[in-house]
Design a protein around this ligand. Structure first.
Ligand code: LRH
Ligand code: MN
Ligand code: MN
Length: 429
């Protein structure tokens, strides 16, 4: 950790130490009366970590406009530097999920060393066959892994194999595949054949996975294809993952479902089938909005974690989901959004750990619907901030990451150090 930031965090935490001690003790007493050991919860929260998407440290955008902020990362090394700041201040994000080719660089071993020196490792690596790159032989306009043209499919397979190679160099253990393949008009695509072609291409990628790797299949109901997508929902994802084999699992991005769908139940189904790969956490109001995790529907996030904690409690065989954020920050400083989202995910986890599992089992067995739901609400309505703050302070992280970050003036320094790049059109890219 950079000395200056460490010193700043220490001074920042010093002021909060007294009040935190009494808040933690008070919550500890309340939880003890409910039969919950606060220290046990704290230890489990301290052991929890999630990955930052490398693309999340830059300002996102919509198809209408993008409004970049000052000091944006210019390349993957800048992105790692920003991810390190998020982790230094929160202690909740020890890994980074890269996206290729967005994060391509000329020296992967230097990148790995740079990340390790900052306490960061590499989580799943993401392939990109949803946009064309300069000089690419075949266009993905009409699909990639499921394209009607064999040469285009082969190119998409090859890209995924290259991602595995890069991931190996970085220490990743999973490849996340999301394709934009689909159709915009009824009749445009032969659904069954397109799925078969997707499977055929995916089999070739699967065959290249190292023994200890997993392949995460990410489904999405729409966009960029707005009539149908090849891996539209968890059903198609599950079918594909089951066909491919045990290393293929289904990744749940919270923004990729039909409106009103019961995501926590999908999560539970995938856990039961041994097919839950992990998550892309974000929140949404209308579609794949990529809003900050828990900003709109914190109860839904809690209910997802309720399923995860239940699975861990019941020691479900092979249960080992990967936790990642996947957000687009349009109006905030991405570092601030990532920090508060990571804390929000931790909060949902901590709240889910408070659920009285024995009492919930009993209420379910007795068909006592009201008691069951109240047990969940009671956990969700508990202010677990003192636990989260203690976890951070114990690990030398900031009691309030956003306040400490603003005091550090990191963004202002980056605005000096990282001059905006002018695009050929004179705009800023
Ligand atoms: C697609 C998606 C997928 C991509 C990322 C940039 O909407 O969620 O995970 O890789 O966004
Ligand atoms: Mn995603
Ligand atoms: Mn998405």
């Amino acid at each position: 950790m950079k000395q200056s930031l460490r010193t700043l965090i220490e001074a920042h935490n010093e002021k909060a130490r007294g009040p935190l001690q009494s808040d933690y003790a008070h919550l500890g007493e309340q939880l003890a009366r409910r039969g919950v050991d606060i220290d046990a919860v704290r230890q489990r929260v301290a052991a929890f970590g999630l990955a930052i998407p490398s693309w999340g440290v830059g300002t996102g955008g919509t198809r209408f406009a993008r409004f970049p902020g000052a000091g944006e990362p210019r390349h993957v090394f800048d992105k790692i530097q920003d991810c390190a700041v998020v982790h230094q201040l929160t202690g909740a994000t020890p890994s980074v999920s890269l996206h290729i080719p967005w994060d391509k660089c000329s020296d992967w071993s230097e990148l790995r060393q740079t990340a390790h020196a900052q306490g960061l490792s590499f989580d799943a690596i993401n392939s990109n066959t949803f946009s064309d790159q300069p000089g690419q032989a075949h266009s993905y306009k009409f699909g990639s892994l499921s394209h009607t043209d064999a040469a285009t499919r082969a190119q998409a397979v090859e890209h995924n194999v290259e991602c595995i190679e890069i991931g190996r160099l970085l220490g990743s253990k999973a490849l996340t595949v999301w394709v934009g393949d689909g159709s915009n008009f009824p009749g445009q695509s032969h659904f069954r054949r397109a799925f078969e072609r997707y499977l055929d291409s995916s089999r070739q990628i699967y065959a290249e996975l190292p023994g200890d790797w997993r392949m995460f299949l990410e489904h999405k109901i729409a966009e960029p294809a707005f009539y149908s997508t090849v891996i539209q929902d968890w059903g198609s994802s599950f079918l594909a993952a089951s066909t491919l084999g045990p290393k293929a699992q289904c990744l749940v991005d919270l923004g990729h479902h039909a409106p009103n769908v019961n995501i926590e139940m999908i999560v539970s189904r995938l856990i039961g089938a041994g097919k839950l790969a992990g998550f892309h956490f974000n929140d949404s109001k209308y579609g794949d909005d990529d809003l900050d995790a828990g900003s709109v529907s914190p109860y839904r996030l809690f209910l997802v974690f309720n399923e995860l904690v239940a699975a861990a409690h019941e020691q479900v065989n092979g249960f080992d989901p990967a936790y990642m954020l996947d957000q687009s920050h349009n109006v905030t400083d991405p570092i601030e959004s990532l920090m508060s989202s990571a804390v929000q995910v931790q909060r949902s986890y901590a709240q889910a750990l408070l659920v009285d599992r024995g009492a919930l089992d009993a209420a379910q067995e007795a068909n006592d619907a009201l008691a069951a739901t109240q047990l969940l609400q009671r956990a969700f309505q508990t202010d677990v901030d003192p636990i989260l703050q203690r976890v951070r302070v114990d690990a030398g992280r900031a009691v309030d990451p956003v306040v400490a970050y603003r005091a550090s003036a990191y963004r202002q320094r980056m605005a000096q150090d990282r001059p905006a790049i002018l695009s050929s059109g004179g705009g800023i890219v």
